[in-house]
Design a protein around this ligand. Structure first.
Ligand code: ACO
Length: 429
């Protein structure tokens, strides 16, 4: 809290609002009493100037291209940390000591299996169902299977539900993939790392042992860490909004998955790879750059631009290095990577992209890596959902324990008809 205030003059009356100060980042005008004082609402579609909550989890400086989880820079975490450690950090606020980490890993590994009846639930889906459709359904359905962790007023149940969600997501995502290709589901192997286990459940078969490639495992670790949380983005805000009504955690995370599915959010890596494949060869790049700049063409350069980053997305740098490593290790010579590198250079030097501060985002290179590893494009968003579950549950827990938390209920600028009299159908002219 500062002593500073912001004054708004309306019709000769001054209304004074407190200014709140965070630990870093822009100050915030506290407009909670705005309507009571002025009789007006604020108007902010897309919430570009609106802070919806207090949070101590993730900090982004979009102008400088900085992303911190609990104060730790994303590149340090991506290089030095494990996904389980980052999950603990996001949930609990501090890096775990060795015994705390061991206990956390053990706890998560004890929840990796799903209820056996869930396997029959999958059979209700068409084989060509999008994995995100399956994920929405199955994750929402967890609330029908784990009744002992849906009481949100009990902190212990909240933590059990959080552990369950983090632990079961890889199993659920891998099962969605196995179902689509008609292969048997594999049970988790808790002797493997979080990512190693996921790779085995996805690409292994019961008939043969599966060897986890350490370079691929490391790439997946980085991808999961880079996607673990991202402040109050659309899907996280969806989870918080769903949770604000007291909905159970499984239902809330299912709502986050639904929001993430859209091409402007989690679906962008799939869209970016499809676009790169469509471009096909570097000679065609200028044609697509011209389309992206054309006001009459709805085409956008997928994997470029970000609501918050007006500089390099710090995650995109790590992603590019990881793409180089994975392609080299797997001996994949994908021309799409050449298109991506060239497109990046051309766009970064183009006046339109410079002026609008459009830089590659996390999704620009991630699709290339995932494709080289062997994931079909429609699994990309499911992987994003898997990793982001950690952030969603951390943010959901923070919201539930926040004494200032209320049901989310925005207002509107009404532009419809004022009150009018009902006319019976026979009398309408
Ligand atoms: N290609 C071409 N032009 C673009 C692009 C792009 N990728 N992104 C923004 N612009 C232009 C817009 O046309 C607009 O131009 P105008 O001012 O002349 O009208 C201007 O830049 C601002 O764009 P907005 O849509 O207002 O910016 P906003 O912050 O709402 O959008 C978004 C951000 C949705 C990410 C946008 O940049 C976009 O659609 N990018 C492509 C999709 C994508 O990669 N999404 C992934 C986001 S990261 C994530 O979810 C993990």
């Amino acid at each position: 809290m500062t002593d500073k205030t912001a004054t708004l003059g309306v019709d000769g009356n001054n209304h004074v609002f407190p200014i709140l100060e965070g630990s870093v980042g822009p100050e915030v005008v506290d407009i909670r009493k705005f309507y009571a004082e002025t009789g007006m609402f604020t108007y902010d579609p897309g919430f570009t100037s609106t802070g919806s909550c207090r949070s101590a989890i993730t900090y982004i400086d979009g102008e400088k291209g900085i992303l911190l989880h609990r104060g730790y820079p994303i590149d340090q975490l991506a290089e030095q940390s494990s996904f389980m450690e980052v999950a603990y950090l996001l949930l609990h606020g501090e890096l775990p000591k060795k015994d705390e980490l061991d206990k956390f890993v053990y706890t998560i590994s004890r929840h990796t299996m799903v209820h056996e009846q869930l396997a029959t639930f999958y059979r209700g889906f068409r084989r060509d169902a999008h994995p995100m459709a399956i994920m929405c359904g199955v994750v929402g359905a967890l609330s029908a299977f784990y009744h002992d962790s849906t009481d949100i007023t009990d902190p212990e149940q909240r933590m059990i539900a959080s552990h369950r969600l983090i632990a079961k997501m890889p199993t659920i995502a891998a099962m969605a993939y196995k179902y689509s290709i008609g292969q048997p589901f594999l049970y988790p192997d808790n002797s493997l790392s979080y990512t190693g286990n996921f790779l085995r459940m996805t690409f292994g078969v019961p008939a043969e042992p599966y060897r986890v490639n350490p370079i691929v495992e490391n790439a997946m670790r980085r991808i999961f860490i880079l996607h673990a949380d991202h402040e109050q983005n659309a899907s996280t805000s969806t989870v918080r909004l769903a949770g604000s009504s007291g909905a159970n955690p499984f239902a809330c995370i299912a709502s986050g998955i639904a929001c993430l599915w859209g091409p402007a959010h989690g679906g962008a890596n799939e869209a970016a790879l499809n676009m790169l494949r469509e471009i096909g060869r570097p000679e065609r790049i200028p044609e697509y750059i011209a389309r992206a700049k054309d006001k009459d063409d709805p085409f956008r350069l997928m994997g470029f631009g970000h609501r918050v980053y007006k500089n390099f997305d710090p995650r995109a740098k790590v992603m590019k290095e990881t793409a180089e490593e994975v392609l080299k290790e797997l001996g994949v010579n994908d021309p799409v990577f050449d298109v991506a590198r060239e497109l990046e250079q051309i766009a970064l030097n183009d006046e339109y992209f410079i002026e609008k501060k459009l830089y590659p985002n996390v999704d620009f290179y991630s699709g290339i890596i995932l494709s080289a590893i062997g994931f079909p494009t429609d699994m990309f968003t499911a992987l994003f959902a898997l990793a982001r579950t950690v952030g969603w549950v951390a943010q959901w827990n923070e919201m539930i324990s926040d004494p200032e938390q209320k049901i989310g209920r925005p207002r509107q600028l009404y532009v419809g008809s004022p009150q009018r009299e009902y006319v019976p159908v026979g009398q309408r002219g």
